[in-house]
Design a protein around this ligand. Sequence first.
Ligand SMILES: Cc1cc2nc3c(=O)[nH]c(=O)nc-3n(C[C@H](O)[C@H](O)[C@H](O)COP(=O)(O)OP(=O)(O)OC[C@H]3O[C@@H](n4cnc5c(N)ncnc54)[C@H](O)[C@@H]3O)c2cc1C
Length: 470
Amino acid sequence: MRYDALIIGAGMSGLAAGIRLAQAGKRVAILERHYLWGGLNSFYKRGGRRFETGLHALTNFAAKGTPNMPLTRILRQLRIPHEALRLAPQRRSITALRTSAGDTLRMSYSNDMALLRSEVARLFPSESAGFERLVAALPGYSGSSESDYAQSARARLADFVRDPLLAEMLMIAPLFYGSPTENDMSWAEYGILFRSIHLEGMARPEGGIKALLDLLIARFEQEGGELRMKSGVAAVMHDDGKVRGVRLDDGSELECERVLSSAGLVETEALCGRSVASEEDARIGRLSFLESCCVLDRAPQALGHDVTIVFYSDGERFRYERPEVPVEPRCGVITCPSNYELREPDREPFARVTCPANYGYWKGLSEESYAAEKARAVDTMLDTAETFSFPIRPHTVFRDSFTPRTIERYTGHRGGAVYGSPRKSRDGLTALRGLALIGTDQGLVGVIGAMLSGITIANRSLLEPAGGAA
Ligand SMILES: Cc1cc2nc3c(=O)[nH]c(=O)nc-3n(C[C@H](O)[C@H](O)[C@H](O)COP(=O)(O)OP(=O)(O)OC[C@H]3O[C@@H](n4cnc5c(N)ncnc54)[C@H](O)[C@@H]3O)c2cc1C
């Protein structure tokens, strides 16, 4: 039994690629090591409650029928009607920064760019013209040049914005929502992230991640695709520089024409028999997070907090980096899913707080000390997060948290690197014919980026003869 294509990973990129290939009549299977799909963007049950990983916000919001937008393109390609997503737009989000003088600057935005424009004018009146020039100069989604990828976003921002505090604030949300590199990103990536967060906006499917994943799984199966859970790929088999198939963890083998891998760059190389990179390998991403999900006894709005997402920095320098300490409490993201414009209010509101964390520390902890250390680190995070939001702990009825170690365990990404390797393979090509990378290490991050990546590489493989690039 020979497959046209095998896909490693049932995350967002793997599911989107699978739907495209199955729609084209290809014999395709998605192979997932875990018993749940979704990868970095998944869900699990704890204490009788459903928790989510991954999705704080679906970026790239586009109202139904808006042409030429990434979301519109994805839905058309996957043949999913816009209304099936049941998107609830954000109410209002903020970037907050505490200055050395102890003041807190709060810059609001929504899915209407007019709000961000007016906030820049309110907080930094002399910067409005520079901000407009910045927006006009942003690189687009396609057609970025090699030099856009080589230039630092911070350096380019300084060409338009003179106040260092505004420049810092304009880096916070884009870095948090997709930079695989510490403290800076390329100008091309900045353009993509700024557009997806600020020019298009943020929303949440009613029903959260599970609702979105249910839609994708249903589409894949309707098109005749095969989803094989608990089917880890132990090796990619190849002869004479060309993919032949895969060997699963249980030793069984599957033959195929092509493999599309969302496992990651170094992880996929290891599957092909290349020596496993050491933890110091610069191609392993350093950015990972500790996230705590706090189930609340009432809606945050009832506590005076109506903000959907708060991106914060407790200091004029935003520390988007792997901390020396277990968790970096001085910056983070606070998300309140019930503060989207939901049609049906959440039965159990919750708040999620996410801060950069040190992978090595969490990886090295013994089982006995892990839970206690996690509880201690979460309290450190919440001490600061509450100063940017509301008293979360007095209203928490249940809490669950995950660390970089959990992320690595459930996704296979070395170092628990949420945005993958700093080295991207933007064409998805690998050293083997018939093997392509999709998802995070193909260069498109986030839920929308991963789906676009899966679609783009799958479409390309449909145009190529068997045995072609991928
Ligand atoms: C805490 C957190 C918050 C986030 N917040 C947001 C957000 O608000 N908005 C947003 O857009 N994005 C967010 N993201 C990022 C987003 O979830 C990811 O960018 C996206 O889901 C990546 O999808 P992917 O398909 O590239 O990879 P993954 O999700 O990593 O999927 C890869 C899959 O491959 C499987 N796999 C790996 N190796 C093997 C193997 N050898 N055999 C079989 N299966 C294998 C893994 O188990 C996994 O299921 C967040 C992520 C995290 C962790």
